[in-house]
Design a protein around this ligand. Structure first.
Ligand code: UN1
Length: 508
């Protein structure tokens, strides 16, 4: 790990890394990053003080003045070079993601691949960013719209995707001509600093000011500075619904824009006509992948009554085979939760399930012993519940899967929609009518609705986000870029008279 930290420029944390946007040395309180894998201290950094914050915002404002004038395809070329850097550092960064956050190495590498993919997407986008043109109702007039950069984009990201979600925002924002100020989760500051180091060389080679990519490490207070700051026209925040409501209110209060990607409570409907050999691995990956800490994790399984017992048995068999342990070792399927607070949340959810009268098909456990010395390892579990129970309505960031029985497809869809969140959803069925009912306007109310694949693991090419308490934002692919730009409608008169719209006569 020392070698990896060194190659990512992280071997001398706290030893005079120069102040500046692409490197990091804050003056605020000390934050220690412990690995949930083995409980070891990986490194310490200082959070941003208010003074550091002002410096970073000042640098971002300065950088914007020149960055917005760089032609978009040239900005795309710089993002392309960043993608090359991430290709080069994929193993190192993926390993650090796995070690600092606790997800399996495969998923850590997958996360860096998401960065590479969004870089490629953004490069193509840099030659698009299309505006429409319209026909004017007036003679010798031309009307069209164009998209301009917004300015500073504040990015607040969560521990569970410590680098990919930043890249969805920053790579798009950069080709759009914006500059970014990133507040990573205080639980995963080192992966964020590593990303800054990885792109620093590209900025330097291309004479791009470091202020294009600002970093402010810190906790809730730093997030509040960003949310209330009128110099930041867009704040993109990923995390809990509670955090998103605070950000949304603060940014809305100053009529800024927010892009919110918040909690999910994702369900898979398993129809009587499901292809079970396809469904079972998708359910298990969705529920236990990233130890149930994705916003897209499968939390509820809505199963048709005629196959309910069979699904239960198959899942119980699959769960017995799950190996829990060091996520850096490919032998294990499930790593630790992020920290002992998360373990506490898992335990309190278990108590709530029991108190409501839920029964466990696969029992929960907090694991102990030398291999689990960090105190962050828990056993994925499955509980039989009712959809309307309080605890089921709530997102618990842990590998707890709820089993719910249904009898008609309408009832299944009502269960699926019957939670406050609306991120991801899926149905397993080979019946066309059921699949289309699920996808119809009276079907799933989520931002993502899949057929015969699970709820997690979305590709970057689609717009990512969800409805209701998930916050309504869309990031990543499709036309999500529009959130990072301001639209301007232009009408040009190339005639010799001044006709007014709506035929209004005004003569002087
Ligand atoms: C998140 O959990 O915040 O769709 C993002 C997925 C990943 C992204 C998850 N591509 O599961």
């Amino acid at each position: 790990m020392q070698q990896i930290l060194k190659s990512l420029g992280l071997s001398h944390l706290n030893e005079g890394i120069s102040t500046g946007a692409a490197s990091w040395q804050g003056q605020g309180e000390e934050i220690s990053s412990f690995s949930p894998v083995d409980g070891h201290l990986i490194g310490k950094v200082n959070a941003a003080s208010r003074e550091d914050y002002e410096t970073v915002i000042g640098q971002a404002q300065e950088a914007f003045k020149t960055w917005r004038l760089v032609p978009a395809p040239k900005r795309g070329e710089i993002v392309r070079q960043m993608g090359e850097q991430f290709r080069q550092y994929k193993t190192e960064l993926g390993t650090l993601v796995s070690y600092e956050m606790g997800k399996s190495l495969q998923e850590g590498l997958g996360e860096v691949q998401e960065i590479i993919d969004i870089c490629d997407f953004a490069v193509g986008l840099s030659r698009q960013l299309y505006g429409l043109s319209m026909h004017s109702e007036r003679p010798s007039h031309r009307m069209y719209e164009q998209w301009h950069p917004l300015g500073i984009v504040g990015i607040i990201s969560a521990f569970n995707f410590p680098v990919a979600v930043w890249s969805w925002n920053s790579m798009l924002a950069w080709v759009c001509g914006d500059v970014c100020v990133w507040k990573p989760s205080e639980k995963t500051p080192l992966t964020a600093i590593a990303c800054q180091h990885i792109i620093k060389e590209v900025l330097k080679t291309n004479n791009v000011p470091e202020g294009v990519s600002g970093l402010v490490v810190g906790g809730r207070e730093v997030g509040e500075w960003l949310s209330h700051d009128v110099r930041i026209p867009l704040v993109s925040a990923t995390g809990s619904t509670r955090m998103g409501k605070a950000v949304g209110q603060a940014v809305g209060g100053r009529l800024g824009r927010s892009l919110l990607e918040l909690g999910g409570n994702n369900a898979i409907i398993v129809s009587s006509q499901a292809d079970l050999p396809l469904a079972i691995p998708a359910i298990v990956f969705g529920a236990v992948g990233t130890a149930g800490q994705r916003c897209t994790s499968t939390r509820r399984l809505i199963v048709h009554e005629t196959i309910y017992d069979e699904v239960k048995t198959r899942l119980a068999k699959a769960y017995v085979q799950l190996r829990i342990g060091n996520p850096l070792d490919a032998h294990y399927h499930v790593g630790p939760l992020i920290d002992t607070d998360a373990v506490e949340n898992y335990q309190s959810a278990i108590r709530a399930i029991e108190a409501q009268g839920g029964t466990f098909v696969v029992a929960p456990a907090v694991l102990s012993g030398e291999a689990f010395a960090s105190g962050c390892y828990v056993a994925p579990c499955i509980a039989e519940v009712e959809n309307d129970w309080d605890i089921v309505q709530h997102e618990t960031f842990a590998p707890i899967l709820y089993l719910i029985k249904y009898s008609t497809i309408e009832e299944a869809i009502a269960f699926q929609n019957g939670v406050p969140q609306g991120l991801s959803s899926a149905i397993f069925t080979l019946n066309l009518r059921e699949a289309e009912a699920f996808l119809s306007q009276a079907g799933s109310d989520c931002g993502i609705a899949n057929v015969n694949i699970g709820t997690s693991g979305a590709e970057i090419g689609g717009a990512f986000g969800g409805e209701k308490e998930t916050g309504g934002g869309r990031e990543s692919g499709s036309d999500a870029w529009k959130a990072y730009m301001r639209r301007q409608t232009n009408t040009i008169n190339y005639g010799t008279t001044l006709p007014l719209a709506q035929g209004i006569k005004f003569e002087i």
